[in-house]
Design a protein around this ligand. Structure first.
Ligand code: 5AD
Ligand code: SF4
Length: 458
């Protein structure tokens, strides 16, 4: 897709805004894919002569990049829109909403009816058109709705302003074909579309040249990545091996794979590639075979456990993290026990826990036997207690060990401390010289706390 057209609009808005010292605020909800999209939105905005501020009351442009995976994001957006209305009244601020929620018709209708002051609505397939939409709004003083139902093409070459200068995310594919019955993503992000291998490798090589050390490859279902064969890359394992060869990059992570597609070649690539971190995110969702079937996950409890065993046997020292949903329709206390059982057996390094949230348009929303809210919360608390006790136990195992830590910067809570992460993604805080930032160093772990470890330079 040619973005030259948008570059011309960037230029036009840039000229209109010149010398005005305009500011923007961006609110990003949801996953790392959305964060990565926001980095591109920021890249376009900065080229249009806006500078970022966290103070919304001084903003000339406010943009919400939304998520619709769970209901709480909607509540957050509608709450914030009330606040923003007052700023617009005082300052004439331009307000835009984009991202996943904009692909849901009932949400767009609600915004148009209850929040008519919003200037620009655009979706996941028209993100790159922000410059054109903004130009139209500025020049014509109109409102714009730019949302497409068809899958957008992969857009290359957008400007990007990254949040970090050590770790970077690189989207390798958009969309999802799996239609898990609780999930809205396939409806709002469309079908799977993989980026060309040469574009991915080129982006990462440039990041390496800029001094980035850690790359996270992003996609809704990374292990069904399909390359066009350029650079000899047709599948995810080949992509991992190619990224592993890029000089300067020291760590590679990826999210999220689907257990049903976790083939042996991917396991072997993780084993062989020394830069690929030996912690794998393997979304479980439920430990009960009946519920997994209703979720359309295409694996059983036993198959998941067998996969974990195989991975642990092939990759020495492998750690795992996961996503779990509690309270999917029809889940009984007995079914939920299976989830607890898998958690006990696998001993995850980290578990992201979610309470099932009904999403309009998904099969799960239409299922009978929705679990009452109080029961969901009881299960959530039970799972949380188990997970925290496991994390506590696991943290103890770190004390006294030497860990390779990528130093990310100063600790946010203590100016005198530095902070970094182990290969297994544990936060380690320690005292050290600022010139260590950006390096992987050996630290001895001296104590453990629930959400971080304390280390010392050796
Ligand atoms: N309710 C609760 N959690 C959900 N997730 C996806 N859809 C829903 C939903 N409707 C969770 C899944 C997924 C993660 C990104 O969000 O666990 O892996
Ligand atoms: Fe949603 Fe399932 Fe696709 Fe993940 S794999 S985005 S949970 S439909």
């Amino acid at each position: 897709m040619n973005i030259e057209n948008q570059k011309q609009f960037i230029e036009k808005v840039n000229n209109i805004n010149a010398g005005k010292n305009l500011k923007y605020t961006i609110f990003t909800m949801g996953c790392q894919l959305n964060e990565n999209d926001s980095e591109k939105l920021c890249g376009m905005l900065e080229e249009m002569n806006y500078t970022k501020t966290d103070n919304i009351s001084e903003s000339d442009f406010i943009i919400f990049n939304t998520c619709c995976v769970r209901e709480n994001a909607e509540d957050k957006l509608f709450g914030k829109l009330g606040e923003v209305k007052k700023i617009k009244e005082q300052k004439g601020t331009i307000i835009a909403i984009c991202g996943c929620m904009m692909q849901e018709k009932h949400i767009v209708e609600k915004i148009k009816k209850s929040y008519p002051f919003v200037d620009i609505l655009f979706g996941t397939h028209t993100m790159h058109k922000l410059p054109e939409d903004l130009y139209t709004v500025i020049c014509n003083k109109t409102k714009i709705q730019d949302i497409l139902d068809i899958d957008g093409e992969i857009i290359e070459g957008l400007p990007i302003k990254r949040n970090d200068n050590i770790k970077a995310s690189v989207t390798i594919m958009n969309g999802c074909n799996n239609f898990c019955s609780y999930c809205i993503v396939p409806y709002v992000r469309g079908r799977e579309r993989s980026r060309n291998p040469e574009d991915i490798i080129n982006e990462i090589e440039n990041l390496a040249k800029e001094g980035y050390k850690e790359i996270t490859l992003l996609g809704q279902n990374v292990n069904s990545y399909k390359g066009n064969g350029n650079l000899g890359i047709t599948k995810f394992s080949e992509l991992l091996r190619a990224v592993n060869k890029i000089e300067g990059i020291e760590r590679i992570r990826f999210i999220s794979p689907h257990p049903k597609d976790f083939s042996d070649d991917v396991i072997e690539a993780i084993r062989d590639c020394e830069k690929v971190c030996k912690i794998i995110h393997l979304p479980l969702q439920s430990g009960n075979t009946e519920i997994l079937k209703k979720m359309n996950r295409k694996y059983t409890k036993e198959q998941y456990l067998e996969l974990v065993d195989k991975m642990k046997a092939k990759i020495p020292g492998l750690a795992l993290s996961t996503d779990i949903i509690v309270g999917f329709p029809g889940e009984t206390d007995e079914n939920f026990e299976d989830t607890l059982d898998v958690v006990k057996k696998v001993n995850f390094e980290q578990v992201y826990m979610f309470i099932y949230s009904r999403r309009v348009g998904t099969p799960g929303d239409k299922m009978e036997n929705q679990v009452p809210e109080p029961a969901k919360h009881v299960r959530f608390d039970k799972l949380k207690a188990l997970v925290e006790s496991q994390i506590d136990e696991n943290n103890k195992k770190y004390v006294g060990t030497i860990q390779k830590v990528l130093v990310e910067g100063k600790s946010k809570t203590n100016e005198n401390m530095l902070t970094g992460r182990t290969d297994t993604n544990k936060v380690v805080n320690f005292e050290g010289n600022e010139n260590l930032i950006g390096n992987i160093i050996n630290l001895k772990i001296i104590s453990e706390h629930m959400w971080y470890l304390k280390g010392e330079v050796i």
